[in-house]
Design a protein around this ligand. Structure first.
Ligand SMILES: [Zn+2]
Length: 343
């Protein structure tokens, strides 16, 4: 009898108790994403993320020898439109040069202008060009200017407890690799690895069209569609399809939130949050409750508000686990009661 009443409350590795995470980003935020990419996202219910060159919002690209010259950057209405579809927005510098030439313009002014245009805080810096724009000096400046994460172009999985959110890896969703290593397209890339290590895949593309504008910077729209359909097929039960802004927020929240059991009171807990960056916008936490009860036998409330509880969604925490998601703050109270006790 004593065992039946045992509760174990913890924070979930990923939101909604999912086992792994999938995101995709589009550098340069080009209007032509409306041709194929956005309809595919809408159909499959996956949010995207655009990396905006702030000095080029609404303009035709004309940047040195860029492969995307002549194409239009999204304007304010288009950025607001993709945000209304659940997409996120990152800052890809002011003018796509080496940012340490003028960090105040490329990192700070770029962020402020983008925030003014979209009316929302921007927390992710996406290095333009290559990782030379993500040196320790650049990262220090980015931190000073209020970013809380940085995206690289390193092809790797992001592990769930990787210490540094200023070096987020991205998987090139390209027709082939550049320079000495050549490759062909693989729609299953890193999915098995993400599942095994409960990691976060972020695909990286520019603007997939009928033909890749540059085959080592993009894939075709057909391959893009194939990739997203494969991820949905493989991950429909255990993957969180997420806007990277939300994943970064969740990682910070999970790191800084602690659950304290209130002694002497069954089912009562307090949340302590210390040192959470104020830039974190989404403060919804998923909790995993290991217990012998089914969701309908319990009433769970967070700060006095009853929350919906579900059997855990991911494949790794199945069994007698219940998940619930709620906004939390420092000092939040979680109360778990048995329905039978109340009635
Ligand atoms: Zn770029």
């Amino acid at each position: 009898m004593k065992d039946k009443n045992k509760l174990e409350l913890s924070t979930a590795l990923w939101k909604y108790g999912k086992d792994w995470v999938y995101s995709i980003t589009y550098d340069e935020a080009l209007s032509d994403l409306y041709k194929y990419v956005i309809p595919t996202h809408d159909r499959l219910g996956i949010p995207g993320h655009v990396e905006v060159v702030s000095g080029h919002i609404g303009k035709i690209r004309n940047l040195g020898a860029s492969s995307f010259n002549g194409m239009k950057h999204m304007d304010r209405d288009e950025l607001l439109d993709v945000m209304s579809r659940g997409w996120g927005v990152g800052c890809h510098s002011w003018s796509h040069v080496m940012v340490m030439q003028n960090p105040e313009r490329e990192l700070l002014q770029a962020k402020k202008e983008l925030e003014r245009v979209i009316g929302r805080r921007v927390t992710i810096y996406t290095a333009p060009g290559n990782n030379h724009n993500l040196t320790p000096e650049v990262i220090n400046k980015a931190k000073e200017y209020g970013y809380i994460a940085g995206m690289s172009i390193t092809d790797d999985l992001n592990y769930p407890d990787a210490g540094d959110l200023f070096w987020i890896n991205r998987v090139p969703l390209h027709e082939r690799m550049s320079d000495v290593y050549h490759s062909t397209f693989d729609a299953y890339r890193r999915i098995h690895q993400a599942r095994k290590y409960k990691g976060w895949i972020i695909d990286y593309a520019h603007c997939p069209l009928e033909k890749a504008v540059h085959d080592y910077k993009d894939c075709t729209d057909e391959h893009h569609r194939e990739r997203l359909e494969t991820v949905v097929d493989e991950g429909k039960y255990d993957c969180w399809f997420a806007n990277p802004d939300d994943v970064v927020d969740y990682r910070y929240l999970r790191k800084h939130a602690k659950i304290i059991e209130c002694p002497g009171t069954w089912g009562k807990y307090k949340i302590i949050i210390e040192g959470l960056p104020e830039q974190v916008i989404c403060r919804e936490m998923t909790f995993v409750l290991k217990c012998a009860y089914t969701p309908e036998a319990l009433i769970i409330s967070v700060d006095g508000k009853i929350v919906s509880a579900f059997p855990a969604g991911g494949l790794s925490i199945q069994g007698s686990c219940i998940c619930f998601t709620a906004p939390v703050k420092d000092g939040s109270e979680i109360v778990i009661r048995r329905k039978a006790d109340r009635e």
